[in-house]
Write a protein that binds this ligand. Sequence first.
Ligand code: LUZ
Ligand code: MOS
Length: 749
Amino acid sequence: MKNSEAILHVKGESLFVDDIPLQHGTLYADLFVSPITSGEITHIDISSATNVDGVMAVLLANDIPGKNQIGNIIEDEPLLVDQKIHFIGQPIAVVVGNSPETARQGLNAIHIEYEKTEAVFDPRIAFSAGKLISPPRTFSIGDTEKTWAKCDIIVEGQCETGAQEHVYLETQAAYAIPKENGGLKIYSATQAASGVQKIIAHVLNVPMNKIEVDVPRLGGAFGGKEDQATAWACMVALASFTLKRPVKICLTRCQDMCWTGKRHPYSSDFKMGLTKEGLILAYEVTFYQNAGAHADLSPAILERTLFHTTNTYFVPNVKATGVSCRTSLPPNTAFRGFGAPQAMFVFEAALYKAANRLGKKVRELQKMNLLQDNKVLPYGMIVKNSRAKKCWNRLVKEYDIHKIEKRIQKFNQVNPFVKKGIAIMPVCFGISFTSTFLNQASSLVHVYLDGSVGISTAAVEMGQGVKNKIKKVAGQTLGIHDERIRIESTNTVRIANMSPTAASTGADLNGQATKMACLMIVDRLSRLAHTLLNAQKADSISLKDEKIYLNENQTEISWENLVNSAYFARISLSAQAFYATPHIFFDKKVEKGKPFAYFVYGASITEVTLNCLRGNYYINSVKVIHDAGTSLDPLIDRGQIEGGIVQGIGWNTCEEIIHGHDGQLLSKDLTTYKIPDVYFAPHDIQIKFLDIPNTLGLYSSKAIGEPPFLYGIGAYFALLNAMKAFRPELNMEFSSPKTPEKVLLALYE
Ligand code: LUZ
Ligand code: MOS
């Protein structure tokens, strides 16, 4: 199936927020932000700024008519600094000019004085100082304390995993336009249109029905626009509301990188006990999450970390504790995987250390401990339809792991300074928002007189192909061709109270709602066809290929005829439906429940080649068996898997966020922050689908968005193996990303 979005992109015809034709009189917002990490404003002087020719307004915290508050889970984040400063880049003033240049001149004319206070960047130090975002949480099962004595070996260690910049192609953007009677229409590049609507209404102190938020599409998001698109939309809404003029903002790449949060760096302690055969008996872990200055989505992200503590393995005795630590960085936020990658990295590190201690291959331990049906996870969910072993068995057989191992052994024997390494990365990722209430969606389907169809849902298109998938679901359900269907923008006027498009659930939830709405229309049309065809009670009507079938025989009635007849018979050709994922719940008091609709499984083999004189390396190949159920669209799913793999490799290898000693971001553009490019990305990515229908999914499919990111972790451990081939006594320290510099230092330490 062709992705209609792709054609528009290639022709440069797709509209993003920054492409929306400007209304007459549009003004431009820019931000004056904090130059210091931590402190208090003692004096601010905006008079020279307001005197700049073309500057229309300089808005401060006390110009906000409603609440100066944009916190989502916890109300701890002001839109504009009141007095206390918490990070470099924290917005202090919105400067509005009649051109981007005058706005820039205006903010350069602002003068502030401040007193600095001490900043904290290390989550463990923040923890010791009692700087917590929310109380610590512990998930546990069995009894780790009693089990240590029964273990043949126990390994302990510490893991560091790094931050990661989202690098969506489209930077943060918003455009506000006044409507009549005090309303506003805001085009926002957000994953969460209703969230933006709600918070703007609070900030402006107006009812939500006065705020219309529209999302045409996003140029990538990866979680970076789940919560952090809100601030910019609020800024232009505030300016537009105050000045009664259209106002837009579009961050530069550097502003975006400096001012927005990243994937959370974690520092973690682990302890794992095993039998001498390699069976894991007990696992304890503490996660110190570096949340940055405000809560943002950190507590939810930490929760998903705890859910994925043991990845795709079974451990009978587990104790996992998570603490969200408040530091002096911009608030860290959602990023593909949402805390699960950090947990899975630590578990693989523990396994790696244990295998080395036991003198066994990591993959022997991995295989031995894979999750099987009817096992209970640390949070009480019982595993059904586990595909962990199925993926594993197909992986080692179809890609012939023995042959690969032999080839690598031979290579390493004859090459003293170039070494190869491989690693297997098995994955199990829970599908559903962990906050149960978010697992809801609705869809509004209109069939027009000519038989064409328009659909609105809560799903935001961000390049992941959700529009295409929803189109496919509607086409299949209505029995018509996809060309007849148009998926509209995501808009709060057409769909209310939307959950963010996140947690890999966009196609699942919105597709289910769309299927339900389409079935309502099919039901009405079928009854009408029944009458028109003078059918008997037992006769069945179906819609296929734009034709009406009676007992599986094609009739003379076409889709268009039937739609037309329905109109004249005064039958509604529109339907709205609501879907809520059934049978999920979670009780935070006891930390037990069944939070996920189902799991996505998969496994990968990553091969790397390391130059041990220079420290640089290539990720040669990633070979995957991936469980996509019966894929809704194999081409889109393949694209999502490839993208996830490359993004995950970047997190573990070349992408390094570096701050100066004062907390200023040094890696603030794409010359200093390296993401994988087409040369560095593996030239050989092979993907095979497990292809077993998912009875719990939409048309037997499974979600695709986040799980493939986890395969990237394989690159880290493959590199470690290549390093060990050069230097067997390598220090067993776990610190991701493994940049070429770090590799070189470790090899010659
Ligand atoms: N966002 C969210 C997410 O609010 N809740 C989640 O559980 C989640 N999981 C993955 C990605 N985004
Ligand atoms: Mo998310 S990390 O916005 O699915």
